[in-house]
Design a protein around this ligand. Structure first.
Ligand code: NAP
Length: 452
């Protein structure tokens, strides 16, 4: 996203106060002239000329903002100017500097805009523009977003399959169980926060025709190519589309959103200024919360997310199923594993399955993960293999006895060496110790192992 500071042209409003002495002569009160006042002085001189000859000056002076004028007026002893005075400059108002003899003194206030490299006022105004944001899918993530939008002074309405009236009320949102009623509220932005798996069916039955033309539609699905294609196929051409992925959730984004990535792709935004501003306004919620704004195509997102997000969820789920426990001697590394489990275990299986099913790169990443695991395991068992071989040639130790006991327990008929041979072969071919007697030998290892 371009930095607005660099992009926007700034308008500084400077006002000039002139006094009419009642005879058509304009005087400037004696005020210290700073560089900032220069433009104001120019304005007053133009004003003087145009008063003498109204058609003489066609300089495009922009009228001062009320606050800007008040601030100026206050600085220069004319703080009783009303907004109308400031804008028109034609009303008669009592002047502090006027004398009884000059009771008809008039103030003329004009402003001149000067381009500056920043515009905090315009920026702030833009940020403050309140959006009516409609959320479709008011589950875990939909509610998480809604709270933050409301904290940022935006109005939130919601609809979902289930009934979330109470949850919505609690946070200050309005809930509409019927999507028709929801659409008839004409939200500026509609955000789909439905599960990846249900999004297509939800959009297919969604009464988009009841929305206002030009509505901005967004999604926050954890995969991006799929909703992008879906939106382009199913939404009317008039609608704007932005695909978002806040790469954090209710657990990892519980506190601050500082430096958490927000990936976005402005898929289709109309040329008109208000439409551009609307999408920027939406994005600025995340920006103002401190998110790291990453503009990226949906396709590139999915390529990168498969090897980061999908793997994270997979490992988190694997560790979660191991039911790791807190210990009194947790290392930092172990703490981060527990955190990983924490951050992923509350996500629905639908979400995880969606990451797999709707990202074409996921299968390849899963295979890579499996291969990496086998390689690491094989490394361990290679060493074990050596130890076992040593044992074969030096069977004085207790190990063969233990093996023998195990093998007898399992009903094996082979002798110790046969058992070990089989074990070694199994480790070499599969990386796994143990297995059923019926398991076919992979590297031609013979279960009828040579007897000693
Ligand atoms: P989820 O299980 O992925 O989605 C739950 C939402 O989907 C609920 O609003 C649910 O509505 C709706 N839903 C599920 N099945 C539906 C169906 N058959 N018909 C209509 N609606 C259905 O859990 P989630 O964590 O809330 O995620 C929502 C979206 O945000 C997902 O697309 C996910 O990828 C994305 N996201 C999640 C996270 C996260 O950390 N959780 C982060 C970034 C993005 P009801 O509750 O009304 O049934």
């Amino acid at each position: 996203m371009e930095k607005r500071d660099e992009k926007e042209t700034t308008i500084i409003r400077a006002a000039a106060v002139t006094q009419d002495d009642g005879h058509g002569h304009l005087h400037r009160p004696h005020i210290p002239v700073t560089p900032a006042d220069m433009s104001a002085l120019i304005a007053s001189s133009i004003m003087a000329r145009s008063t003498a000859n109204p058609r003489a000056s066609s300089v495009p002076t922009r009228v001062a903002s009320t606050t800007g004028t008040r601030a100026f007026a206050k600085c220069h002893g004319a703080d009783s100017l009303s907004a109308r005075d400031a804008l028109g400059g034609s009303s008669r108002v009592p002047s502090r500097t006027s004398t009884p003899a000059r009771s008809t003194v008039r103030f003329g206030v004009r402003a001149l805009d000067a381009a500056m490299p920043f515009d905090n006022e315009a920026r702030a105004a833009k940020r403050l523009r309140k959006l009516k944001i409609g959320i479709v899918g008011f589950g875990n993530f939909g509610q998480f977003l809604a709270k933050r939008f409301i904290d940022n002074d935006h109005a939130v309405i919601a609809t979902s399959r289930g009934d979330y009236s109470d949850a919505a009320k609690k946070m200050g949102a309005r809930y509409f169980p019927d999507p028709d009623d929801f659409c008839e509220q004409h939200p500026d932005v509609v955000i789909f926060a439905t599960s990846i798996l249900s999004t297509e069916a939800t959009i297919n039955s969604f009464p988009v025709q009841r929305l206002r033309r030009n509505t901005l539609v967004a999604d926050v699905l954890s995969v991006k190519q799929f909703p992008k294609q879906l939106f382009l196929q199913r939404l009317p051409d008039d609608f704007d589309i932005v695909c978002l992925h806040p790469m954090f959730g209710p657990d990892s984004g519980k506190g601050t959103w500082k430096n958490l990535p927000l990936v976005y792709d402005k898929v289709r935004i109309g040329e008109e200024q208000p439409r551009r501003e609307r999408v920027d306004n939406l994005l600025s919620i995340f920006e103002d919360e401190g998110c790291r704004m990453v503009e990226m195509s949906c396709e590139e997102h999915d390529r990168q997310a498969a090897s980061s997000q999908f793997i994270t969820h997979t490992v988190g789920r694997m560790l979660g199923s191991m039911e790791l426990e807190d210990t009194t001697i947790n290392t930092k590394g172990y703490e981060s594993l527990l955190n990983l489990v924490n951050n992923t275990s509350n996500d629905s299986f639908d979400l995880y399955y969606g990451l797999f099913m709707y990202n074409k790169n996921a299968t390849q990443e899963l295979n890579r993960l499996e291969l990496a695991f086998s390689q690491v395991k094989a490394q361990l068992f290679d060493r074990l293999h050596t130890l076992i071989r040593d044992d074969i040639f030096d069977i004085d130790g207790s190990s063969p006895e233990q093996l023998k006991a195990a093998w007898e327990k399992a009903g094996e008929t082979m002798n110790e060496r046969g058992y070990k041979e089989r074990l070694i072969d199994q480790v070499n071919s599969t990386g796994v110790i143990g297995g059923s007697r019926d398991e076919p030998d992979r590297k031609g290892a013979n279960s009828e192992a040579p007897s000693r």
